[in-house]
Design a protein. Sequence first.
Length: 326
Amino acid sequence: MKAIVYTEYGTADVLQLKEVAKPAPKDDEVLVKVYAVSANAADLHLLRADPFLIRLSSGLLKPKNTILGSDVAGRVEAVGGNVKQFKPGDEVFGDISGCGWGGFAEYVCAREDALALKPANSSFEEAAAVPMAAVTALQGLRNKGQIQPGQKVLINGASGGVGMFAVQIAKAFGAEVTAVCSTRNLDTARSLGADHVIDYTREDFTQNGQRYDLIIAANGYRSISDYKRALSPKGTYVTTGGSMAQLSEVMLKGPWISMTGSQKMGNLLAKPNKQDLSFIKELLEAGKVKPVIDRCYQLSRVADAIRYLEEGHAQGKVVITVAQNN
Ligand SMILES: NC(=O)c1ccc[n+]([C@@H]2O[C@H](COP(=O)([O-])OP(=O)(O)OC[C@H]3O[C@@H](n4cnc5c(N)ncnc54)[C@H](OP(=O)(O)O)[C@@H]3O)[C@@H](O)[C@H]2O)c1
């Protein structure tokens, strides 16, 4: 089968289209013919081994898993002896970052608990755009953010993969949503349901006197004191992404602020799980959430997809079409 392989850490230039052996499913695994896979910032971090400590889990000198790609959508081709929930022919999607990656390929094996049936109303490309970004948004808003109907919620970085899901999921929970993005993304944010939009190139949301019950930092950089100022007295701030400086500052100062005051501030490291994926699937099928796809690339052009993502201005998700669904 064809796959995009990397055998050393580096830039997108080290990614190579190669012929490799088609995997065979273990007892608890499903073999999926991949139709589409999306690119995530996590692929970039693993590719570059950045931050450096990532090497402790992904391989000290060279990558242990040589095929990246976590968010797959495809059709089950074969199942291992202990697999109960899927059969050949089922259309599935999921985040396989917890079971070896390998989505930038024509076939991949994944544990059945990483997958769910593909939403009935989604194409393979749309389904592949969902898992990691949407589950991160969900866990940031619901698990860490304890979102409640009627709350004022602000999403900073609302126009990226995670942010566009965060806007829609927050609306599905009944919140009053403010989306922060640049000028060219304001209309999309409104169309996804944002009640208010703030153009970060023209207005500083931390200086306009508004206070929010929940702030999700999905991208960009603002200092923790900026976010603290924009939070209501009992508000919660969750960093799901953004610059390393933003993440480090919250990791260091967040616990102290949360312990000593009434505001809560902390990071989220999302954990893929079937329950949350199924929850998102229901939102998709109910039409409450829809993936926004910026660009689609062919498998042979994964390096270009990664380069584009690396520029940091994707409008929604970057997807790779691996096979046409006839
Ligand atoms: N915690 C987790 O488990 C987890 C899971 C997934 C992702 N992440 C992290 O979440 C972050 C975002 O991921 P993503 O997939 O959403 O990235 P992405 O799709 O690459 O984000 C690109 C978007 O971010 C916007 N943006 C860039 N700088 C901004 C700024 N200063 N203020 C506001 N918006 C800005 C861009 O809009 P403009 O073009 O208008 O600037 C663009 O639309 C990454 O750091 C990623 O590593 C974390």
